[in-house]
Write a protein of this length. Structure first.
Ligand code: RTP
Ligand code: MG
Length: 143
């Protein structure tokens, strides 16, 4: 299968726990390459726009409040089957249901504060990457 890109966020809870490097290590160990990365403190407008698909859900306001509660790391991961691979590394949305050894099993406290985000499909990955990065900011890793 061809190389694929996915979008990832290390959420404010995990940044506060100082486990950015540990999480990056999981991505790299699984064969995913970081091709763009930055730390940002989201504005309310940015967080609401990013999670617009969840606007009608009961957890929307809590989700936005959490996502702006501190800085996050946003990154683009590249590799074979990157979207699905990243979802496997992350584990289930609710850490109580996440498989042992996944990021959410190891670093998430609850379904509301669950350490990481990852795109759920190729189309959402493309939209989410473009939300945070220009094409010029995505670095080829061909060396
Ligand atoms: P994410 O988008 O953050 O990668 O997570 P996901 O695909 O596994 O879950 P999604 O359904 O897209 O939900 C987005 C985020 O909203 C929060 N959530 N809370 N209290 C709840 O029932 C509930 N459901 C979802 C989670 O923080 C989830 O990651
Ligand atoms: Mg989602």
């Amino acid at each position: 299968m061809a190389l694929e890109r996915t979008f990832s966020i290390i959420k404010p809870d995990a940044v506060a726990k100082n486990v950015i490097g540990a999480i990056y290590n999981r991505f790299e160990t699984a064969g995913l390459r970081i091709v763009a990365s930055k730390m940002v403190h989201l504005s309310q407008e940015q967080a609401e726009g990013f999670y617009a698909e969840h606007k009608a859900r009961p957890f929307f306001n809590a989700l936005v409040s959490f996502m702006i509660s501190g800085p996050v790391m946003v990154q683009v991961l590249e590799g074979e089957n990157a979207v699905l691979k990243n979802r496997e590394i992350m584990g289930a949305t609710n850490p109580a249901e996440a498989l042992a050894g996944t990021l959410r099993a190891d670093y998430a406290a609850s379904i509301d504060e669950n350490a990481v985000h990852g795109s759920d499909a190729a189309a959402s990955a493309a939209r989410e990457i473009a939300y945070f990065f220009t094409e010029a900011e995505l670095c080829a890793r061909t060396r």
